[in-house]
Structure formats: structure tokens, C-alpha cells
Design a protein around this ligand. Structure first.
Ligand SMILES: C[S@@+](CC[C@H](N)C(=O)[O-])C[C@H]1O[C@@H](n2cnc3c(N)ncnc32)[C@H](O)[C@@H]1O
Length: 213
């Protein structure tokens, strides 16, 4: 969202990471797995530190990159993360097995729309991080916000969808429909009577929602 030069400037200021994280970033690049980009994940981790999250729910594990980064940043936190793609589950489990932070993570295998009972069993959560199928964001929010602590926050990634939310002429019908859904979700979320929400143009756009008192 920032111009490229500023974005690279901030990226270059970010200190180095554990070798396993670099390996995961390379794996994601080579295998086209959409993990959170650097500036975005740093912003997420800082929010979690400020929140002092002890229990985090993540919707969308992919290969476990953000889950392991959250575990490293918050050594006292436990993370419940949901993934439905079998190949990614296998890769995530391998990385979690190799990482010293893996023990903080519980991976729930299945569709987030179908595993509510398992997620409920670990509730309540200080933070819910939604980073899965963009067309289903409203459903994820409605299902899982029930399990958020009263002072908790919900962070939703990709709400600006590479800037496409402002594009009126999009050739692909699939992308056009997705953009319409994301825009609908953003409008709904910003006007939600129970939450204060701010959208930050960081990474792919993150929405931070906090329950009203
Ligand atoms: C953007 S990736 C997650 C990236 C990860 N949070 C990271 O930054 O390392 C989204 C993942 O959500 C998964 N996903 C999408 N819809 C899902 C659903 N309904 N239930 C479970 N997983 C889902 C996809 O298979 C994909 O691996």
C-alpha cells in the first residue's frame, strides 16, 4: 500500500529472523503459498505484543509461518490454528515439528466453517486472526467472534486485496466477485454495532476490530 521505495526501506530495517523462518519464506515463494508479507506480519506481531495475547485463534495456517512467528514473538501464548488443505497441513506439521516453538501450537485440520466445536473447546481467545478464504470473512467473523474475550481483538488480513477494492474495472469475473465480497465485508465490519474497527494500509490491508464496552 505504501509506495515501493518506502516499503523496501521499512523491509530492510526489519532485523534478521531465525533460519527456519527464512527457509519457510523461501518455501512459500517457491511453492506460491501466500504467507503474510514481512511488514504485515511485523505489524501483526506488534499488535499481539501490545495486547499481550495469551490465547490466539488463527483461521488459515497455510504452512504454519504466521503461527510459528506468533509463537516465537509471544513465548507464553498458545495458538490454535485451522487449515483445510492436506498438503499444507503436512508441510506445516513438519515445520512445527522442527521448530522449538511448535509445542505452543494446536493445529486443527478441517474447514473453518465445520470445526467450531473443536475451536470452542479451547476458547476463549484474546486475539482472533483471520487469514483464510476471503469470500468467507463475514462467516468466519460471525462464527468465531462468539469465542473472543470481552477485551479481545479480531484482526482480519487482506481487506484491501492488493488495492483492488478501489478498482472499478476488473476483467476477471471471479476476482470482481471476490472484490465485491471483500468490500461488502469491510462496509459491514466498519458499521458493526458491537465493534470499533480501523483499517490499516499495511501489508495487504489489515482490519483491527475491538469489542465496544
Ligand atoms: C493466506 S493463507 C494463510 C497464511 C498464513 N496465515 C501465514 O501468513 O503464514 C490462507 C490459508 O487458509 C486456508 N483456508 C482457506 N479457507 C479455509 C477454510 N474455510 N478453512 C480452513 N482453511 C482455509 C487455505 O488453504 C490457505 O492455506
Amino acid at each position: 500500500m505504501l509506495n515501493d521505495k518506502l516499503h523496501s526501506y521499512i523491509e530492510e530495517l526489519i532485523p534478521g529472523r531465525e533460519p527456519l523462518f527464512i527457509e519457510m519464506e523461501n518455501y512459500a515463494k517457491e511453492n506460491k503459498v501466500p504467507i503474510m508479507e514481512l511488514v504485515g506480519i511485523e505489524a501483526l506481531l506488534q499488535l499481539l505484543r501490545i495486547q499481550d495475547s495469551k490465547k490466539i485463534l488463527e483461521v488459515g495456517t497455510a504452512i504454519g509461518y504466521s503461527a510459528l512467528r506468533m509463537a516465537e514473538a509471544l513465548p507464553k501464548a498458545s495458538i490454535v490454528t485451522i487449515e483445510r488443505d492436506l498438503e499444507r497441513i503436512q508441510v506445516a506439521e513438519e515445520y512445527m515439528g522442527r521448530s522449538k516453538h511448535g509445542e505452543q501450537i494446536l493445529l486443527i485440520k478441517g474447514d473453518a466453517l465445520e470445526v467450531e466445536e473443536l475451536v470452542k473447546g479451547q476458547a476463549p481467545y484474546d486475539t482472533i486472526f483471520v487469514d483464510a478464504a476471503k469470500g468467507q470473512y463475514k462467516k468466519f467473523f460471525e462464527i468465531y467472534s462468539k469465542y473472543l474475550k470481552s477485551d479481545g481483538i479480531i484482526i482480519t488480513d487482506n481487506v484491501l486485496f492488493k488495492g483492488l477494492v478501489t478498482e472499478s474495472e476488473i476483467e476477471s469475473k471471479r476476482i470482481r466477485n471476490l472484490v465485491k465480497k471483500i468490500d461488502g465485508f469491510n462496509q459491514w465490519l466498519m458499521n458493526h454495532p458491537d465493534y470499533h474497527t480501523v483499517i490499516l494500509p499495511v501489508g495487504d490491508g489489515i482490519a483491527i476490530s475491538k469489542k465496544k464496552r
